[in-house]
Design a protein around this ligand. Structure first.
Ligand code: ACO
Length: 401
């Protein structure tokens, strides 16, 4: 029985599932996730194996087109992305209009939407060629826009990268290369960042991905739908959590470094405080991504020889919470954002850019999900509601109110 027949035979009975905790919005062949067992696979490949053996662009290709690229496809994909890494210079004028204090997520969302104006032709999802072209463009240009948002905030001149470099290395160069200075990247950092992007690349129907699918279900264009996804990602309960983690740790440090008090606050039901970076809607076991990234975080910190009281607080907090009955009984574990914030901080990426890094990582997932939604010819996303407002009332003239 289909859902509209069900509705008519039951006289309009509907289900209410706030937060869609047990509602599937689509069938998808992209990402498999078992939150109870802590399993995550992209197109059938274990996240652990992909993080160890593949690079971010290979994983992007896999997510979007369904198969790992052959050597020739992989080389071409890298080359085509390098060729598209320029942005229409008029986009700089839009960037000029933002105050320096603007949050980079707002800037990147707006500039991604603006790309629509400079790439007016909407993507015909049934054409492999047009789809490939759009994929290559957006994968190439988002890191440029992200680095510009950062450089604008820092008052630095806008730069393009060096297209002979790998994707992650090039992004780091665009971010941190100052004029007349030779930027040298560290392979440990490049590898850790590449891994982080892979771990963030897709996560089935999370808030921002559902936003991309719903926006795109009205046949809104790819770039416009992605811009909507970036806005959804911004919130502190989703992608903004990595920024919130470091802000929380810094606040604890300012307060003398005693994190036990904050663990008690998080447990107090009369206190709205939550431990940022703990808990996940779907993983009710350890987040498999957190396991991988914890190791990478340790490697980066050891390699860079970083000693940072904020990071000591992070370690202590995680140890205590992991052994606390409140967190254990609710299956609240550190999630990927707990550790990603630590790596970004160690790399010198400024706090407001943390969520932008997440957006760069999630981009291939958004594209893959948008494409799948359109290829499956899914109907426009339009949930119902249970109305709880006033019953019918007569209108009252303004003088009589
Ligand atoms: N600190 C303290 N208690 C928590 C936390 C936390 N971080 N997270 C959940 N809880 C408690 C809740 O108070 C609730 O307790 P109760 O059963 O006694 O009422 C129980 O655990 C279940 O929590 P819900 O809010 O119902 O879980 P939900 O699945 O709706 O929320 C979420 C998941 C939003 C991630 C939540 O755990 C949270 O706010 N965490 C902090 C923010 C964060 O890290 N977000 C990143 C998510 S990962 C990502 O986007 C990549």
């Amino acid at each position: 029985i289909d859902i509209s027949t069900l509705r008519s035979v039951t006289g309009g009975v509907t289900t209410i599932d706030a937060g869609f905790k047990n509602t599937s919005s689509c069938k998808s062949a992209i990402t498999f996730l078992d939150g109870e067992k802590g399993i995550l696979r992209y197109r059938g490949y274990a996240i652990e194996e992909l993080a160890e053996k593949a690079d971010f662009l290979e994983v992007s290709y896999l997510l979007i087109f369904g198969e790992l690229p052959t050597k020739a496809q992989n080389d071409k994909f890298h080359r085509d992305i390098q060729k598209q890494s320029l942005v229409d210079t008029d986009v700089k004028k839009i960037l000029d209009g933002f105050p320096k204090t603007a949050h980079p997520m707002g800037v990147v969302s707006a500039l991604t939407s603006a790309l629509t104006a400079f790439n007016a032709k909407s993507v015909n999802v049934d054409s492999e060629e047009e789809m490939y072209d759009a994929v290559v463009k957006i994968l190439a240009k988002l890191p440029v826009l992200a680095s510009w948002a950062y450089r604008k905030e820092e008052g630095l001149p806008l730069e393009y990268g060096d297209s002979s470099l790998g994707y992650v290395e090039n992004f780091l160069k665009m971010m941190f290369d100052l004029p007349n200075e030779e930027y040298k990247s560290n392979p440990v950092i490049v590898e850790a960042l590449d891994k982080l992007l892979i771990l963030h690349a897709d996560h089935e129907q999370n808030c921002s991905t559902s936003t991309v699918r719903v926006a795109g279900s009205s046949h809104a264009g790819l770039f416009a739908s992605i811009s909507a996804g970036i806005s959804a990602l911004w919130g502190p309960l989703h992608g903004g959590a990595n920024q919130a983690v470091i802000e929380m740790l810094e606040a604890i440090k300012e307060d003398g470094g005693g994190y036990e008090k904050y663990i008690e606050k998080a447990k107090d039901k009369n206190d709205p405080f939550r431990l940022m970076g703990f808990g996940h809607r779907v993983y009710k076991n350890f987040d498999p991504r957190a396991k991988i990234i914890k190791v990478a975080a340790d490697e980066v910190l050891a390699d860079l020889g970083i000693e940072d009281p904020v990071l000591d607080i992070a370690r202590g907090l995680a140890d205590v919470a992991l052994n606390d009955e409140y967190f254990k009984s609710r299956n609240l574990y550190p999630n990927v954002d707990f550790y990603s914030g630590i790596i970004y901080r160690a790399l010198g990426i400024p706090i407001p850019m943390f969520t932008v890094m997440f957006a760069i990582g999630r981009l291939p997932g958004w594209i893959a999900q948008w494409r799948e939604m359109r290829l499956n010819k899914e109907p426009i996303g339009r949930p119902r509601q249970v109305y709880v407002g006033a019953t019918e009332r007569p209108f009252v003239d303004v003088e009589k109110r």
